[in-house]
Design a protein around this ligand. Sequence first.
Ligand SMILES: N[C@@H](CCC[C@H](N)C(=O)O)C(=O)O
Length: 278
Amino acid sequence: MKFTKMHGAGNDYVYVDCFSEQVENPADVAIKVSNRNFGIGSDGLILIMPSDKAHVRMRMFNSDGSESEMCGNGIRCVAKYAYDHGIVDKKEITAETGAGILTLQLFTNCCNKVDKVRVNMGKPRLTRGEIPMSGPADARVVSEPLNILHTTFNITCASMGNPHCVIFVDDVDNFQVEKYGPLIENHEIFPRRTNVEFVQIISRTEVRQRTWERGAGETLACGTGASAVCVAGALNGLTDKKILNHLSGGDLELEWSEDGFLYMTGPAVEVFSGEIAI
Ligand SMILES: N[C@@H](CCC[C@H](N)C(=O)O)C(=O)O
């Protein structure tokens, strides 16, 4: 199987061009290629596919083989791959995802390669039913207490197509992400598990985020998570609706605009290509 390794702010995936390759059992392939000792090493697998509704279609699988509806860092890399490898020739393209059809704006460098992408991530979904979470389907979850191991966290939840639980903490770099992340990911109030973002407020326009990803553990960045953090900061009155988010592997710019859409801007990098026996 031919593949390309790419990352967005350090959130790295193995990408397969399914315009020319076929992948049987992508969940198993994701587990195999993601292994950092016995595989290629990545946070998961992303398939770049033809679509009858958009310029390109993305399917994404976490390193544990579970499929997610959406991947913010992944969709920027899919757009870069599509442009740099001649699948599209426009700088505004559409992409079909499990979270619907998204519009992306591509920015190129002096070699006409994409190095930055702005994504209209759609409107955040804020009710328990949409996230999904147990409890009254129409209710929002803003700073709601959740007890984990005798500690009470105030959680704010949103779906960006995939579920997110945002927790504001005082000192994120010393926070025990590996201890609390999996307990929240698998908590019974999240019937499809959840991604978890631990966030320190730096100012009304700047935050620092660490992410525990559903199906992958701690990663260096999460684009849908950074989008959910922008929403959660605004809903809690802690940040403006336009922020710079410092993730462990790089920065993302987020804006929850007046029309209700969430815009994410960030880098997309191709690292290397190769072939692996599957
Ligand atoms: N890293 C991604 C999100 C990947 C999927 C997530 N782990 C899930 O299961 O929903 C991003 O950049 O958004």
